[in-house]
Design a protein around this ligand. Structure first.
Ligand code: KIV
Length: 274
C-alpha cells in the first residue's frame, strides 16, 4: 500500500486558531490556473465577488450572480489542494432572511466544494450568521467598508472616521464574533480602530486597508500582479507588473504574424521543412 496521502486542506477550525499578527495569508482567486499558482503560498483562497469588477469590468459588485460565484468557486476548488476555499455570497442572495441565506450558502458549499462562505454585514447580519453556523455552514464575516453597500455609503469610503462610525465598527465586530463567525474581514477602516478590533476579538481578523495588528492580510490578486490597470487602491501593494509581460508577449506575437515569421514548420502538421 502506498504511504502517499493526498495533502489535507486547511479547515475553518484551523483558520480559527490563527491569532498572531501575520499568521494568515489570504489572496483572492477566481480561476483554476490562478488557484494552482497561489495554493502553495496561502492559507485561504477567497473567491471574492470583486470578480465582478476585476474580471467582468462591472463598476461595482452588485450585479454578480450566485451562479457566477458557484462556477468560479468550483474552478478554484479544482485548482487547489491545501488552502481553505471561501466563496462570497453575492448581493441580494442572503440579505432578505436567514432562510434565503441558508439556501444560497448551501448551494455554494454543495456545488462548488468550498469550505465556507463570506458575507458582508455586522450586527444586522448576526442572526443570519448564527442561523447558518447552526446548520453546518461556516461563515467568514466582512465588516468596515462593505462594497455591497456602496450606494448607501456614497462610494467606497474609509469607515470608522467619526465617533458614530467607530462605535458602529466595534459593535459590528463584537456581533459577528458572538454569532460564531470563524474569522472576519475588516476592510477600509482607520488603523487605530482596526487595531482595537483586533485586540477585542477572539477570532482572527483579516485586514485589507486595516492594520499590521491583524492576524491575516488579504489582497485582490490582480492588484498585487499589476493586472488592475494604472489605479490600484492605496492599501494594495503591487509586487510585479504582469500587465507589461502580457503586453510585450502580445506585441511580439503581432509582429511575428505580420512579418510572416509565425507559424513556422514546427508549429504546423505535415508541412515540408524548408
Ligand atoms: O470581494 C473580495 O475580493 C473581497 C476582498 C477584497 C476582501 O471581499
Amino acid at each position: 500500500m502506498s504511504s502517499h496521502r493526498p495533502q489535507q486542506r486547511l479547515s475553518t477550525l484551523d483558520i480559527r486558531q490563527r491569532h498572531e499578527p501575520g499568521s494568515l495569508v489570504v489572496l483572492t482567486a477566481y480561476s483554476t490556473p490562478m488557484a494552482r499558482l497561489l495554493d502553495p503560498h496561502v492559507d485561504v483562497l477567497l473567491v471574492g465577488d470583486s470578480l465582478g469588477m476585476v474580471l467582468y469590468g462591472m463598476p461595482h459588485t452588485l450585479a454578480v450572480s450566485l451562479d457566477t460565484m458557484i462556477a468560479h468557486g468550483a474552478a478554484v476548488v479544482r485548482g487547489s489542494q491545501r488552502a481553505c476555499v471561501v466563496v462570497d455570497l453575492p448581493f441580494a442572495s442572503y440579505q432578505a432572511s436567514p432562510q434565503q441565506a441558508f439556501l444560497a450558502a448551501a448551494r455554494v458549499l454543495a456545488e462548488s466544494g468550498a469550505q465556507a462562505v463570506k458575507l458582508e454585514g455586522g450586527a444586522e447580519m448576526a442572526e443570519t450568521i448564527a442561523f447558518l453556523i447552526e446548520r453546518g455552514i461556516p461563515v467568514m464575516a466582512h465588516i468596515g467598508l462593505m462594497p455591497q453597500k456602496v450606494n448607501a455609503l456614497g462610494g467606497f469610503k474609509v469607515q470608522g472616521k467619526e465617533e458614530a462610525g467607530v462605535a458602529q465598527v466595534l459593535r459590528d465586530a463584537d456581533a459577528v464574533a458572538a454569532a460564531g463567525a470563524f474569522s472576519v474581514v475588516l476592510e477600509g477602516v482607520l488603523e487605530p480602530v482596526a487595531r482595537q478590533v483586533c485586540e477585542q476579538l477572539d477570532i482572527p481578523v483579516i485586514g485589507i486597508g486595516a492594520s499590521p495588528a491583524c492576524a491575516g492580510q488579504v489582497l485582490v490578486t490582480e492588484d498585487m500582479l499589476g493586472l488592475s490597470g494604472e489605479q490600484i487602491p492605496r492599501f494594495a501593494q503591487q509586487y510585479v507588473r504582469v500587465d507589461e509581460l502580457i503586453g510585450a508577449a502580445a506585441e511580439r506575437f503581432a509582429s511575428e504574424v505580420r512579418e510572416r515569421r509565425f507559424p513556422q514548420a514546427r508549429h504546423c502538421f505535415g508541412m515540408a521543412k524548408e
